[in-house]
Write a new protein. Structure first.
Length: 248
C-alpha cells in the first residue's frame, strides 16, 4: 500500500494540471517502456548489454555509423526499431491534454513517434525520429517500413546510403527544435518531466529555461531535478498519467 505522501503528490499533480493553461512536458525513454520499448540506462536497459564485440552505447555514435555501417544497421534494426509498438496511457493522456488546449508542447528525447501516434500535434523531437530516413546523396526521404524491410545497409534508388534522421552521439541537435523548446518553456505555466533520468545533455539543460512556478517529475527513479521540483512521483508513467484518473 502506498504511503500518504505518494497519494498526496498524486492529488497535487491532478490539481496542478487542472489549474494550468500552458503545460509543457519533457519526455524520455521511460514513457515508452510500458509500450514495450526498452530504456537506456536501467539495469535491463539497452546499455546494459553488448552487441558482439561492441558496446551498445558506442554503436549509436556518429563515428561508428561512418566506420561500421553494416554493424550499425544490424544493431539499429534489432535493438532500436519497434514498428509494432503502440502508444500507452501516458502518451494518450498528453494527447488529450493538448486536445483540450491545456498542453502547448511535448518536448521529447524519444525517436519512436509514439506521441504522434497517440494524437499529439505539437511534438518537438530533440533526437529526431526513426520514421524519417534520408539518402545522404540526393536527400530523398524514406519511411520506417522501408528500413525494416531492407537487407543490410539501406540504399536509395539513386544508389546513395540511407541514414536515419536521428541524432547520434557526436552529432548536434537541430537549432530550430531547440529554440522552439526554449520558447515553449519560457511561456509555460506548468512543467512536467516524464520518464527521463535527465542524464543526457543538452536535452537535460532545457529545464533551466522554465521560468514558471510549478515543476513536476514523474519517473520511476530519482533524477537530478527532483530537488528543484515541487512534486515528485516515482512510479510507472502510464500508471500515474492514465487519462481515466483525470476524467479524460
Amino acid at each position: 500500500m502506498k504511503d500518504c505522501s505518494y497519494e498526496s503528490n498524486k492529488r497535487a499533480l491532478e490539481e496542478a494540471i487542472a489549474k494550468a493553461h500552458r503545460i509543457v512536458v519533457l519526455t524520455g525513454a521511460g514513457i515508452s517502456v510500458p509500450s514495450g520499448i526498452p530504456d537506456f540506462r536501467s539495469a535491463t536497459g539497452l546499455y546494459s548489454t553488448n552487441f558482439g564485440k561492441f558496446r551498445a552505447e558506442e554503436m549509436i555514435s556518429h563515428e561508428f555509423y561512418v566506420l561500421h555501417k553494416k554493424e550499425f544497421y544490424e544493431f539499429y534494426k534489432q535493438k532500436m526499431l519497434y514498428p509494432d509498438a503502440k502508444p500507452n496511457a501516458a502518451h494518450i493522456f498528453l494527447a488529450k491534454l493538448e486536445e483540450k488546449g491545456k498542453l502547448s508542447a511535448v518536448i521529447t528525447q524519444n525517436i519512436d513517434g509514439l506521441h504522434q501516434a497517440a494524437g499529439s500535434k505539437r511534438v518537438l523531437e530533440l533526437h529526431g525520429s526513426v520514421h524519417r530516413n534520408y539518402c545522404e546523396r540526393c536527400r530523398k526521404f524514406y519511411d520506417l517500413d522501408y528500413i525494416v524491410k531492407s537487407d543490410g545497409v539501406p540504399k536509395c534508388t539513386c544508389g546513395g546510403t540511407i541514414k536515419p534522421d536521428v541524432v547520434l552521439y557526436g552529432e548536434g541537435l537541430d537549432t530550430d527544435v531547440i529554440m522552439a523548446a526554449v520558447n515553449a518553456l519560457r511561456q509555460a505555466d506548468l512543467f512536467i518531466v516524464i520518464g527521463t533520468s535527465l542524464a543526457v545533455y543538452p536535452a537535460a539543460g532545457l529545464v533551466d529555461y522554465y521560468g514558471g512556478k510549478t515543476k513536476i517529475v514523474v519517473n520511476k527513479s530519482a533524477t537530478p531535478y527532483d530537488a528543484y521540483a515541487d512534486i515528485v512521483i516515482n512510479d510507472d508513467c502510464a500508471k500515474v498519467l492514465n487519462p481515466v484518473n483525470f476524467g479524460l
